[in-house]
Every structure is written in structure tokens, then in C-alpha cells.
Ligand binder design. Sequence first.
Ligand code: UT7
Length: 314
Amino acid sequence: MLVKDGLKILGVGSYIPPKVVTNDDLSKIVDTNDEWISTRTGIRQRHFVENERNQDMAIAAAKMALEDSGIDKNLVGACIVATICPDNVTPSVACSLQKELELPTDIPCFDINAACSAFMYGLSIARGLLMQSDKKYAIVVGTEVLSRILNMEDRGTCILFGDGAGAAVVELSDNKFYSVLGSKGEEDVIRCINKDDERRYVTMNGSDVFKFAVLTVPKVLKELSDKSGVTFDEIDAFVLHQANKRIIEAVAKKCKQDMSKFFINLDKYGNTSSASIPIALTEMKQNGLIKPGMKMLCVGFGAGLTWGGVYLEW
Ligand code: UT7
């Protein structure tokens, strides 16, 4: 029997912590204002955890994705969690998820770190693992408590990020699936390093990341279009990492595509790193924006500097 080598998303889910932090709220603690943040980024608010742990959000998002997919969880063959801020160095968030959801024990469960590109990496890894598995499905989660690693005195970073989790249940399929993954080995542009006796913070050269994204994302989209043989005009929806509305607008312009094909929800959640694309997919599905057979291009980019994109058919 030939193994199917495409990948299909069967169900999606998300968890957004209830606590909202508006731009005005931030302007009370750091020298910024709603006008600057919303015109430079498109972000109006973000959500921060209060008591939720990373794993609590991951579990909630994965439960919703399992329910949405309607599958038997005993047939899950891999559990992959993308995150840069796990609750513990070890055990992984994925193992906590496995325990809580009572997933099978004879399957790989692990976390990956490819920053904001990691959910895209996770989908590709899931496909590879399922091709060698006797089980049908995989769960891929992107989950971040970035508020834990923000320097609330640095207006260049603290206004950008938010917390949340998104998840997908996938299976091998005849639906076409192509991925483009990469990394530049760049250590300085965005970092969050361990320092003795100091809290860890994200630091970033924003304009370098901006330029990297505007240069790289269109290239990844073009590679995916070439691999799939599907032109940009034939793509129904572009779902890019939700970092900055101006980045998405610049990519749309370079690809000569109308902005209406690019989903945007960063105004509500800010940049949730690896969670941003699965949160976007969940919201699109909830809002009836995803139809069976739809052709989609998704691209993430971030620290590393990494990038990851997929062509998928719903
Ligand atoms: O997941 C990937 C993670 N990172 C990203 O995607 C970030 C990509 N980069 C960006 O989104 C943008 O570069 C930023 C939004 C971070 C910054 O926008 P920018 O247009 O590149 O602004 P800038 O850094 O060049 O700063 C312009 C000015 C500076 O003042 P001066 O030197 O011109 O007087 C900054 O000090 O804006 C000032 N500024 C702020 N002002 C008010 C920087 N942050 C703020 C702020 N509020 N929060």
C-alpha cells in the first residue's frame, strides 16, 4: 500500500487568556501611546496570562482541536509542541499534554523551538513522523507565555507581544502539502539569553527583523508556489505570522495580491510567536472563512533567524 504523502488539517483550536492589555494600558507603564503602536504595527491590544501556565493553554487549545476534528485520540501517533517559553526545562509541555489528554504512550511527544516559525516546522515534522507510524493522526500545538520574558521597560519590544495557544490535528492525506523551512544562524537580531542572576528578556533590533521579513516571506511564498504549481492568483488565503500589519501589507504588495486575501488578527492578540498561525486558522474556521478544498499558503518567520512556510489544501 502506498503511504499518502500530503497532509490535511482535520481540526483546529485555540486558547486566549481572558486578560486584555490595551495600548492605553501600556502607555501608563512605558513611554508609548496608542497612536504610535497602532500606526507602526496595527496592534490595538494583546492578552496576557494571569495564572495560566503554558501547558494549561496548550492543553485547552489541543482539547478544542481534538473536539473539532472528531477523531479517536487513541489513534494519535505524535504530539509536538512549538514554544520558546516552556514552563519547565524538562519535562516538555508536550509530555504534560500527553498526560492530561491521556494520549497513547507508544508515540513521540516533544517540544520544538524555532521561534515564530515553529508551528510550520511542527507540521512538517508531524508529516514525517506519520509516514513512519502505524497511527493516523498527529497533534501540533504552538503556545507561548511571552509576557513572562518581556522587559516592561523596553517600549521597543513590550508593546509587540501577547500570550496564547493554537493547535491543529493533522493526518496524512492525498491533499497536497509542501513545506519550505530555513534558518540563518543569526544570534543577535532577536534574542532571549540566559544570564546568571538576571531575569531573561527578549531583546530585538526591530528594523532588522522588519527588513528580514519583508525580504524573506515573499521568497518563501514564491518557492511554495513553484513547488505546488499553484500561482498566487489561485491561492484562496495567505496566513502569515501576525507580527506587524505593515509587514503583511509589504508582502501583499510584493506578491501583487489584494490585502483581502491576507488574514489579520494581530490587532487583537499582538505577536503570539509560534501560536499566531494556529490561532489565526482557528479564528478563520470559526468565522466561516475556511471552506473545504481551499488552497492556502502560511508563512512564519522569527528569531534564529528562521522561516517556515507551507502550502496546504483544506
Ligand atoms: O516575530 C518576529 C518578531 N519581531 C518582529 O516582527 C518585529 C518587526 N519589526 C517591527 O515590527 C518594527 O520594526 C517595530 C514596530 C518594532 C518598530 O517600528 P519602526 O518603524 O521600525 O520604528 P523604529 O524602531 O525605527 O523607531 C522609530 C522611533 C524611534 O524614535 P527616534 O529614534 O526616531 O526618536 C523609537 O525610539 O520610534 C520610537 N519608538 C517608540 N515610540 C513610541 C520605538 N518604540 C516605540 C513605542 N512607542 N513603543
